[in-house]
Design a protein around this ligand. Structure first.
Ligand code: SF4
Length: 417
């Protein structure tokens, strides 16, 4: 019997990607599955609401799908529909639900249950919603270990959409790892707030990592908060057989007054101290970060301070986000800066990013790096990531294989031999 095709298309973060992997695992029992926007009978869109732009793109995906197949049946779930389901009420969309219940949605499709829009699920669970394994179509394998967040940073809508922090049972993590390391060379531990792992079950992210020391795979950590960075955590990473010295340490602003207004619970001095500690353990480690520019109260002087601090830290990369006002958040009540100021600050922080990325890449030339090759282009040029998250291009790559490469020069957005 020819299986019907279903696409699970994902917007947003690694956790959303992982949630989609869990749906794909269930759906493959009855469907030919894909995670790309291609011809199919049915589509699931796993949406994102971290910024207004992310929501717009989630809505736009409905239009794109109907251009591919005007008779498509579309099921919408995730953060954007949790925040505002009505924005997805349109032809072709047969069901809209929220951040929880994605497993139930996949199961209902497999058992080809009739969908009743009125029965949509927008409740947010109190317990960690376990899954039945995942189907990862990527080389680097994400493993979700935590859900939700308790921090309520003043600009962030996520805690309202994904609920309180809840940690995954460590035995379930290990069960999934036992399978994942049979195929994947790299495991990325991820969560909505990975640093909060264990707060609700008396454990910690350091304890979780120390439980993984016998696994034969290289481990990378998802985004971390400053407060969790200490010797205990770094010692635990040193005990792993293979650890990627890449720390995505979320900064958001390099100005203390703005950090306070963002309800971020550290100072730039705390942040610099955490980075110094990481560099004691991993001198050539990568420190990447997220920075919001144009927070409503950010003055020119504070913005200049933020740029100067980024230069002082010498990040290996910066994800720069223009502030996006989210209704329902504390900062969402504040007047936003004018567009010209936002665009100029985004451009200027982008220049700081390019300068620092170029410095870090240049410093890797001549250094032997272990590249996990992931993709190959039409000219046979392979691309992969090193342990310190540098992109490397090579003719001598191989899918899902780690090779030591000594980069000789800058190339595209990375390095090559
Ligand atoms: S830590 Fe802050 S920015 Fe991150 S998900 Fe939680 S509230 Fe949002």
């Amino acid at each position: 019997m020819i299986k019907k095709k279903i696409v699970v298309y994902t917007h947003g973060c690694k956790v959303n990607q992982y949630d989609s992997d869990a749906m794909l695992k269930i759906l493959q029992q009855a469907f030919d599955v894909s995670d790309e926007l291609e011809m199919a009978e049915q589509y699931i869109i796993n949406t994102c609401a971290v910024t207004a732009e992310a929501e717009r793109k989630s809505r736009q995906t409905v239009t794109k799908i109907l251009k591919i197949n005007s008779d498509a049946k579309i099921y919408v779930c995730g953060c954007a529909s949790q925040r505002d389901a009505m924005q997805f009420e349109r032809d072709g969309v047969v069901y809209v639900s929220g951040t929880d219940g994605k497993i139930a949605l996949a199961k209902a499709l497999v058992s080809s249950e009739e969908f009743d829009k009125k029965a949509s699920n927008f409740s947010i669970g109190k317990e960690y919603e376990e899954n039945e394994g995942v189907l990862s179509l990527r080389t680097r394998h994400y493993i979700k270990v935590q859900e939700g967040c308790n921090n309520f940073c003043s600009y962030c809508i996520i805690p309202y959409l994904r609920g309180r922090s809840r940690s995954r049972n460590i035995d379930n993590i290990k069960k999934e790892l036992d399978e994942a390391v049979k195929v994947a060379k790299e495991i990325v531990l991820t969560g909505i707030n990975l640093s909060a792992y264990g707060l609700d079950n008396g454990s910690s992210i350091a304890e979780l990592i120390s439980e993984l020391k016998d696994y034969d795979a290289r481990f990378r950590l998802g985004s971390l908060e400053v407060g969790v960075m200490d010797k205990v955590l770094l010692d635990a990473t040193k005990a792993l057989k293979d650890f990627c010295p890449h720390f995505h340490l979320s900064l958001q602003s390099g100005d203390d007054v703005t950090l306070k207004k963002m309800n971020r619970h550290y100072t730039t001095e705390d942040y610099a101290r955490a980075v110094d500690l990481i560099r004691e353990y991993y001198p050539n480690g990568a420190i990447t970060t997220d920075i919001i520019v144009g927070f409503p109260t950010e003055t020119e002087e504070q913005f200049e301070g933020s740029k100067a601090f980024a230069r002082k830290i010498k990040f290996s990369d910066i994800h720069c986000f223009p502030y996006s006002s989210r209704n329902g958040t504390v900062a969402g009540k504040l007047h936003t800066l004018d567009k010209a100021t936002m665009d100029r600050r985004t451009k200027e922080m982008g220049e700081v990013k390019r300068e620092l990325v170029n410095d870090y890449l240049t410093a890797q030339i001549g250094v032997p790096l272990n590249v996990l090759f992931e993709t190959v282009d039409k000219d046979g040029i392979w691309c992969g990531h090193t342990e310190n998250y540098v992109k490397v291009y090579s003719k001598n790559g191989e899918k899902n294989t780690i090779k030591t490469v000594v980069p000789a020069r800058l190339y595209l957005d990375g390095l090559c031999e």
